[in-house]
Design a protein around this ligand. Structure first.
Ligand code: CP
Ligand code: NVA
Length: 333
């Protein structure tokens, strides 16, 4: 499999085989590090990390992965460069592409990462936009592979919550690409757009995936191997929408009753994180003060339970992101 020179702007940039190759390479690189066998496959490589939104996992994963493999990173945070202010994305791409060997971009419009990818002349990787979160999907599929105990095409997952955010879009399309039983459970006005559903259904026709988009919670979660949720208000959405979002989504909270409704005693809980599951955060405390809710998209009971695999999932961001960089800009032996 040769992915050298390729972009990762969204899941559908990859074939099913290419996607699963990156997941397997992530697994191999994870094992190599555990065994102390890490090589310097990014030696001499310079990597730009552009973040127009906050990040804990994605930034850390790119930095640690690059350092493990002998690469160098330059972090360009919100407001650190001229990007978007006095310099267009296209001009920025042509400058950074002449200095760096690879560019990660986290921002708002998918169009920005597409323009970067078209003009940089070096691989560009999407570290999350409003539309897609492809590096998250590599970690998520590796995590499902680790925990499912059966082939991926026999795996059923159900995402509950804001069904038209980046994570939900990416999960539906990834389930379709890989050939899983992928379900999105959300109220009608928070379901994936017709565009995203059309992409997913086109992929499912080729992979044998089974796709469901519904507001019927009991039907959606029944028989699931994994329940997945994400924050109800994503980065960049106005904070004054919290109340209406809570009103819409409170019935889709992942709690012990919803876990039990799967009928699967082995069901696992997943979340890309960060999660609002208690009042230990600023936002969590503010919402508790106004609405009296101690938890939003997932209860603390489920988040802290033995069924929760969220920190395995977070750990898998690093080796899978390493796989993306090694495959696209790494030194080939
Ligand atoms: N899941 C995820 O992308 O986390 P960060 O926002 O911390 O990068
Ligand atoms: N949907 C969330 C994902 C965070 C990793 C957001 O965009 O804020």
């Amino acid at each position: 499999m040769d992915l050298h020179g390729r972009n990762l702007l969204k899941e559908i940039d990859l074939t099913r085989e290419e996607f699963l190759y990156l997941v397997s390479l992530g697994d191999q690189l994870r094992r190599a590090k555990q065994l102390g066998l890490a090589e310097h496959r990014l030696s001499g490589r310079n990597i730009a990390l552009i973040f127009e939104k906050a990040s804990t996992r994605t930034r850390s994963a790119f930095e640690v992965a690059a350092h493990d493999e002998g690469g160098h990173v330059t972090y360009i945070g919100p407001g650190d460069s001229h990007l978007g202010d006095t310099e267009s994305v296209q001009d920025t791409a042509r400058v950074l592409g002449r200095m760096f060997d690879g560019i990660e971009y986290r921002g708002f419009a998918q169009e920005s990462v597409e323009i970067l990818g078209a003009h940089a002349g070096v691989p560009v990787w999407n570290g999350l936009t409003d539309e897609w979160h492809p590096t998250q999907m590599l970690a998520d599929v590796l995590t499902m592979r680790d925990h499912a105990g059966k082939p991926l095409h026999d795996v059923t997952f159900c995402y509950l919550g804001d069904g038209r955010n980046n994570t939900a879009n990416s999960l539906l399309v990834t389930g379709a690409l890989v050939g899983m039983d992928a379900r999105i459970c959300a109220p009608a006005d928070l379901q994936p757009s017709a565009k995203v559903q059309t992409i997913a259904r086109g992929l499912a026709a080729g992979s044998g995936a089974k796709l469901t988009v519904t507001d019927d919670l009991d039907a959606a979660v029944h028989g699931a191997d994994f329940l997945y949720t994400d924050v109800w208000l994503s980065m960049g959405e106005p904070a004054d929408q919290w109340d209406s979002r809570i009103d819409h989504l409170i019935g889709y909270q992942v709690n012990a009753k919803v876990m039990a409704a799967t009928g699967n005693p082995d069901v696992k809980f997943m979340h890309c994180l960060p999660a609002l599951h208690n009042t230990q955060t600023e936002v969590g405390r503010r919402i508790y003060a106004r609405r009296g809710l101690e938890a939003l998209e997932v209860t603390d009971e489920v988040f802290e339970s033995a069924q929760s695999i969220v920190f395995d999932q977070a750990a898998n961001r690093m080796p899978t992101i390493k796989a993306v960089m090694v495959a696209t800009i790494g030194i080939t032996p």
